[in-house]
Design a protein around this ligand. Structure first.
Ligand code: GTP
Ligand code: ZN
Length: 406
C-alpha cells in the first residue's frame, strides 16, 4: 500500500516491465540523480525556481557546491559564476557551533520538506573560500582554528532545496552558494535542477519501486527463506525483502504476518559491532519468524538512520567525544532520524501484505507505516540485552527517542 498522496495518478506498475513512468517524472528523477553526482564530485550545480517566485529567472536560481567535496576547480567556477560573494549554507545547529553562540532556527525554509529546522547562511571572507577551510566549517569532526570569523547573513530562498540535495547524496549538509551569472553558468555547462524535483525526490523514489529479482536463499536460522530485491525506477538505491515461509499466503487469508522494517547497519549487521543492537535484532527477527513459520523482514538501505555510513562514522567519533547518538546526528546538521516509511509501505504493498504485526520498539515506525497505509495490528517487542558497550546507546533510544521498554 502506498500513500496515495505521493503517487502520481497516471503511474501504474507492471511487474513484468517495471513502472510506466510519465516522462516528466522520469526526467525529474534523472536530473536529481545527476545533480547529486555532480555535488559528490565537487562540481557546482544550479538549483532553479523559488516556490511562488520568479521561476527560471536568475534571481530564482542558486549556484551551489558541496563544502565537503568542492576543490580548487569547483571554487574557481563558483567564483566566476557568482553574481555576488558566496555564502555558506548550514543547518542552524552547525552554524551555532561555528559561531559559538545560539542561532535561531527557521531563518529560511522552516516547514518545507527536507529542511525541518530551516537554514542558516554565513558570509564567507576570502580566507575561508578555500577547500580545507570549507571542510572544517562543514564538519564538526574536522574542526580547526579559522583565520577569519564568518558572520550570519540572510539565507537564500532556495537554501532548503540545496541542503536537501546534499542530504540525498549523504554529504554533510553544508554548501557554498551564490546567485548566478546566467551567461557564465551557460558557458561552463553547469547542470540545472528544479528545487521542486529535489524536494519531491524521496517520495518519488519510494513510490516507483519495482521487484527486480528474487531467489530462494536458505539461511542458518530459517531454511525456508527467499530474498526479493526492489529497485527505484531511476535505478537508485535498492532495498530487499527477506521472506520466511509464506507470509503472502497468510496475508491473502486476511492474517497479519510478523514483519520487521530493519534499517541497514553495515557495522552491526555484517561486522557484529557492539556499538548498537542491530545485529542481534536482525538475526533475532529471522529466528522468530522461522519459529512462527512465516514473516517478512524488510532490509532497508537507510544506513545510520538515513545519514549514510560515512556520516555514521563521523557521528561515532562525535559520540566518542561525549555526544549521544541523537546530538551527534544534529551536530552534523542532520535530523535525529532521517528515515521515511514510504519505502517499507510500498514494498509491503507490492508483496500483497497490507497488515502486519510489527517487530519493533520504535513507536515512530508504527505511526509511520500506518500513515503510509499499512495496518499495524500489533507491536511485537524486540529487545536484546545490553552488551557492555551499547548500554548508553540503548538508554538514549529509550530516553530521547521514546523507544518502548516493554
Ligand atoms: N546515525 C546513527 N545511526 C545509528 C547509530 N547506531 C545505529 N544506527 C543506525 O540505526 C539504524 C537502526 O535502526 P533500527 O534497528 O531499524 O531501528 P530503531 O529505530 O532502533 O527501532 P527498532 O525497530 O526498535 O530496532 C541502522 O540504520 C543503524 O545503522 C548511531 O549511533 N548513529
Ligand atoms: Zn547498528
Amino acid at each position: 500500500m502506498t500513500n496515495p498522496a505521493n503517487v502520481a495518478p497516471e503511474l501504474r506498475h507492471d511487474p513484468e516491465i517495471g513502472p510506466a513512468l510519465p516522462d516528466a517524472l522520469a526526467i525529474a528523477m534523472r536530473g536529481v540523480h545527476r545533480a547529486v553526482s555532480e555535488l559528490k564530485r565537487g562540481t557546482p550545480v544550479l538549483i532553479t525556481g523559488v516556490p511562488g517566485g520568479a521561476q527560471g529567472s536568475s534571481h530564482g536560481t542558486l549556484l551551489v557546491a558541496a563544502a565537503e567535496t568542492v576543490g580548487a576547480r569547483g571554487l574557481a567556477e563558483l567564483a566566476e559564476g557568482a553574481l555576488s560573494p558566496p555564502c555558506l549554507l548550514l543547518a542552524p545547529v552547525r552554524a551555532a557551533a561555528v559561531l559559538q553562540r545560539p542561532v535561531k532556527a527557521g531563518l529560511a525554509g522552516a516547514g518545507q520538506p527536507g529542511a525541518e529546522d530551516g537554514v542558516a547562511a554565513l558570509r564567507l571572507p576570502p580566507a575561508l573560500l578555500q577547500p580545507a577551510a570549507l571542510r572544517s566549517l562543514a564538519d564538526p569532526v574536522a574542526e580547526r582554528l579559522l583565520p577569519d570569523a564568518p558572520e550570519l547573513v540572510a539565507p537564500p530562498a532556495l537554501g532548503p532545496a540545496a541542503i536537501a540535495l546534499a542530504k540525498l547524496g549523504r554529504l554533510l549538509p553544508a554548501l557554498v552558494a551564490a546567485p548566478v551569472r546566467e551567461d557564465v553558468a551557460e558557458r561552463l555547462g553547469l547542470l540545472r535542477v528544479p528545487a521542486a524535483d529535489v524536494l519531491s525526490y524521496p517520495a518519488t523514489a519510494a513510490t516507483t519501486l519495482v521487484r527486480v529479482a528474487e531467489a530462494r536463499v536458505p539461511l542458518e536460522d530459517a531454511q525456508d527463506a527467499r530474498i526479493v530485491a526492489f529497485r527505484a525506477a531511476d535505478g537508485g538505491i535498492e532495498h530487499l525483502a527477506i521472506l520466511v515461509g509464506e507470509p503472502e499466503a497468510l496475508a491473502a487469508r486476511g492474517g497479519a504476518p510478523l514483519a520487521r522494517a530493519h534499517s541497514e547497519c553495515f557495522t552491526g549487521d555484517l561486522l557484529g559491532s557492539l556499538r548498537c543492537d542491530c545485529g542481534p535484532q536482525l538475526r533475532g527477527a529471522i529466528r522468530r519468524m522461522a519459529e512462527e513459520g512465516s514473516g517478512v523482514l524488510l532490509y532497508l538501505a537507510q544506513e545510520g538512520r538515513g545519514i549514510g555510513l560515512v556520516n555514521k562514522l563521523r557521528a561515532y567519533t562525535l559520540q566518542d567525544g561525549g555526544l549521544d547518538t541523537l546530538d551527534a546526528n544534529r551536530a552534523l546538521g542532520y535530523g535525529a532520524d532521517e528515515r521515511g516509511f514510504l519505502v517499507a509501505a510500498t514494498m509491503l504493498g507490492q508483496l500483497g501484505i497490507p497488515r502486519v504485526r510489527l517487530l519493533t520498539n520504535n513507536p515512530d515506525k508504527m505511526a509511520g507505516l500506518s500513515a503510509c497505509g499499512i495496518e499495524v495490528t500489533e507491536r511485537a517487542a524486540h529487545h536484546f540485552a545490553a552488551n557492555g558497550v551499547n548500554d548508553k546507546y540503548l538508554e538514549t533510544k529509550a530516553e530521547r527517542f521514546g523507544h518502548l521498554l516493554d
